[in-house]
Design a protein around this ligand. Structure first.
Ligand SMILES: *Cc1c(COP(=O)(O)O)cnc(C)c1O
Length: 470
């Protein structure tokens, strides 16, 4: 596969260059495949639907063609995914896709584990280490740290905003040893991301260290996230006729979004033939994308803190990829977009529990509420001419092409549950009056000592530290 760049379509690189470089340091653009090959019809129509790892291998294959032989690619897939995404029905036309059954209990394990193994594969004949820099607003760092821990030839430096992530998330980041270390930065997530982005365009630094990124800007994080969209869409499609007693069912995927990597992966899956009619882009009060969809003006802004803190992103990187793939009009036809404030998040967790018995985390809760509002008539109101105020929580005023399917009751929703509710225990407990169950692998991390290194929000200081310590 050839990869081009969101800022310069003359750029043409191979998979290795895209994966190892993370982003194009010359243009500042993000890599994107020149095409999204469709899976065979016979594969897509298998009944029962293929297994997750089967889908993963078949979807990864065209992107690594000619660079990673099938046997090695298959080994990467098998080693990356000893766990599965899990589909849980909430009612007869709503499903939750649980993406938190990996080691760090959030969906980012899917992308990080594939990326770590692809990088390790491409780095196998190098004599110097590759240094991964990663800025995190919560779950990225732990997923990346865990995915790379102990991998030879690679090391990882994680930057996170001090005091702005949950105590458990912080434990997951600060307790690594060996080839993975964490810097707690006196600033916001956007500050952390800026330090990393500045390092990548610093020629002097790059002359001394081999650097790469691990944020959702890396195409090797994005491509594997498309696997579970395909898996979910095919599996749900297969059972829909039975669940709903209705043949012509379409599928809408509701995606709690921050940096919009996850949603971009959904777009890739759809391009490759996943039977997905559309998406709901669900955000917290960081509503840069809903505002863009509502007004046509894209205004990146500083992030604000919310209960769904892994989505506290004011300048979503993958906006660039979405824009490279679709026009604003196409986005408005494909997406409903929805946002919710903190008060709404707490209410949504509580309503979800009361109505369905399901304990949902603050990120997934926004998705739950978006789909619940849509089912209860929010889209119908738009179709009937109501003019939503996009500055208030709820849907933005655009009417996606699939709106009538919801109104006719022939659309089912798959809500992505991006993290285990146990990672946000106090918010969830406040909302539902009981503690969510704690997975054993999270309990273990609470007992480990904290090794995070304090860092000022100052590029020169950060650079000095890198040169002295890597
Ligand atoms: C990272 C994250 C998100 C946002 O995903 P993006 O790809 O940045 O849009 C949502 N929920 C959780 C729990 C996350 O960790």
């Amino acid at each position: 596969m050839i990869y081009t760049d969101t800022r310069d379509s003359n750029v043409k690189v191979d998979f290795k260059t895209a994966v190892m470089g993370g982003m194009n340091s010359k243009t500042g653009g993000l890599y994107i495949p020149v095409s999204f090959p469709k899976l065979d019809k016979a594969f897509l129509e298998k009944d029962p639907a293929p297994s997750f790892r089967d889908i993963a291998f078949n979807m990864a294959k065209p992107y690594a063609e000619g660079e990673i032989p099938d046997d090695d690619l298959n080994a990467i897939i098998q080693d990356a995914y000893p766990f599965n995404p899990k589909i849980v029905p909430l009612d007869n036309n709503s499903y939750v896709l649980e993406l938190f059954h990996g080691p760090t209990c959030a969906f980012k394990d899917f992308g990080a584990r594939f990326m770590a193994r692809a990088m390790s594969y491409f780095n196998r004949s190098e004599s110097t280490p590759l240094h991964i820099l990663v800025a995190t607003s919560g779950d990225t760092g732990s997923a990346v740290g865990s995915a790379f821990h102990g991998v030879p030839g690679l090391d990882v430096t994680i930057l996170y905003p001090d005091g702005k992530i949950s105590p458990l998330q912080e434990k997951q980041l600060s307790t690594f040893t060996g080839n993975v270390r964490a810097l707690k930065v006196n600033g916001t997530f956007d500050d952390c991301q800026k330090l990393v982005k500045t390092a990548f365009v610093d020629d002097e630094l790059r002359g001394k260290l081999r650097l790469s990124s691990a944020n959702s800007i890396n195409i090797a994080r994005l491509l594997p996230q498309s696997f579970y969209y395909m898996f979910a869409a095919l599996s749900v499609k297969n059972r829909l006729a039975m669940d709903t007693k209705n043949k012509e069912q379409s599928v809408v995927v509701v995606v709690p979004s921050g940096n919009f990597g996850n949603l971009t992966s959904g777009l890739i899956a759809r391009e490759m033939g996943a039977p997905i009619d559309g998406f709901v882009a669900a955000t917290n009060s960081n509503r840069t994308i809903p505002d863009w969809i509502a007004t046509g003006d894209y205004n990146a802004r500083p992030s604000v803190e919310t209960y769904a803190n892994a989505m506290d992103v004011g300048a979503p990187s993958n906006y660039e990829r979405i824009k490279a793939m679709y026009s604003l009009e196409e986005v408005r036809h494909l997406f409903a977009s929805y946002w919710l404030d903190n008060e709404g998040i707490t209410k949504a967790i509580s309503e979800c529990y009361k109505n369905t018995g399901y304990i949902i985390d603050p990120h997934g809760a926004i998705g739950y509420k978006a789909w619940d509002d849509i089912k209860k008539g929010a889209l119908k109101d738009l179709v009937n001419g109501s003019k939503n105020d996009y500055t208030k929580p709820g849907l933005t005023p655009n009417v996606p092409d699939w709106a009538n399917k919801v109104i006719d009751n022939t659309a089912s929703g798959i809500i992505l549950e991006t993290a285990s509710p146990a990672k946000f225990g106090s918010i969830v407990t406040d909302a539902i009056g009981r503690q969510p169950p704690m997975p054993a692998r999270l309990e273990e991390v609470l007992r480990l000592p904290d090794n995070a290194i304090p860092m000022e929000n100052d590029y020169e200081e950060f650079k000095k530290w890198l040169l002295a310590n890597l």
